[in-house]
Design a protein around this ligand. Structure first.
Ligand SMILES: [Fe+2]
Ligand SMILES: [Fe+2]
Length: 333
């Protein structure tokens, strides 16, 4: 079989991506905006609505609030993701190419996430916004190092995985917010999670298309990303005066402790991708492709054995982001 180049594959894929925009993204006129969910400052009942928002937000646990802030910062460093997607190799650089239209439209949907979450946190009265803003600026400055380089195959594996991970974590925060009686936050996170699910479906469909055309190279890219482990986009998260990535450790431990995003979730996402792409039945693989497939198929069991050994870490970190006087009384540390 004649070998096809990645440039040819991505060029072919561009038309598919163009077609996928109306399938996976919503028309701007119909999609929710942050203003649909938040108190409206031009209305008479604004102060009453804020009072209610603050009262409900007062019931969120320290860990949940920390995870929500970390999630918000992750959303707010969208410029990092857009720059990365725009710098992929082999993409069609014409202004109206499928890829360029997709990237702009995807970014425009994502931009609402940081916006709505940031406004909620500001209104909640529980957050030291300046410290949070410093963390956001640090994370934008530090960027990320996710192991895809500029390779589109690796990048699509990353986005498929990551959109599923964010869908899950926003959904869980929504669930915990609801349990704490904060229905507004539950609605906000539920809406964000629904967007992430559509985005995941889009990126998974791009990978599925590449598997049809260039299975061996796609398999090798999948294997390579899993060997490197899919790191979270905020893995360099820090607070003022801390080393790069120092706060990320506390943030991910809190997510694990709460059950917002766990080692088990990582394995379940991997399993769902293996199923979705029918990895076990993909034919026509080169020797390297076969080896890559073997590695991927064995990985969930190996990771399960490792995950069984993970013990939730106790909480000890006091975030500069959270007003100490605003801790839930029962949890003051
Ligand atoms: Fe998002
Ligand atoms: Fe996303």
């Amino acid at each position: 079989m004649e070998k096809i180049s990645k440039a040819e594959v991505i060029n072919h894929l561009d038309k598919e991506i163009l077609k996928s925009i109306p399938l996976y993204l919503k028309p701007i006129e119909n999609i929710w905006q942050p203003a649909d969910l938040l108190p409206r400052s031009e209305e008479d009942g604004f102060f009453e609505q804020i009072r209610e928002l603050r009262e409900k937000a007062g019931n969120l646990s320290y860990d949940l609030l920390a995870v929500l802030i970390g999630d918000t910062i992750t959303e707010e460093v969208l410029p990092t993701y857009e720059t990365w997607l725009s710098s992929m190799l082999h993409i069609n650089e014409e202004r109206e190419s499928g890829w360029n239209q997709w990237t702009r439209a995807w970014t425009s949907e994502e931009n609402r996430h940081g916006d709505v979450l940031n406004k909620y946190l500001y209104l909640s009265g529980r957050v030291n916004m300046k410290e949070m803003e410093i963390s956001t600026q640090h994370l934008l400055t530090d960027g990320f190092d996710i192991g895809t380089a500029r390779d589109p195959y690796r990048s699509f594996i990353y986005t498929s995985f990551q959109e599923l991970a964010t869908n899950l974590s926003h959904r869980r925060v929504a669930q915990f917010a609801k349990e704490a009686g904060d229905n507004l936050l539950a609605k906000i996170c539920g809406n964000v999670a629904a967007d992430e699910a559509r985005h995941a479906n889009a990126y998974k469909s791009f990978v599925a298309k590449i598997f049809e055309i260039d299975p061996s190279e796609m398999m090798v890219a999948f294997e390579d990303m899993m060997r490197k482990k899919i790191v979270m986009p905020a893995h360099f998260l820090r607070e003022k005066g801390e080393a790069k990535g120092a706060t990320f450790i506390h943030f991910s431990e809190a997510a694990q402790r709460l059950g917002v995003y766990t080692a088990r979730d990582y394995i379940n996402i991997l399993l769902s991708l293996i199923r979705e792409w029918g990895i076990d039945s993909i034919g026509n693989l080169s020797e390297g492709g076969e080896k890559a497939r073997d590695y991927i198929m064995m990985l969930p069991d190996r990771l399960t054995r490792l995950a069984e050994r993970i013990k939730p870490q106790p909480s000890y970190h006091q975030y500069s982001w959270i007003h100490p006087q605003m801790l839930k009384v029962s949890e003051a540390i």
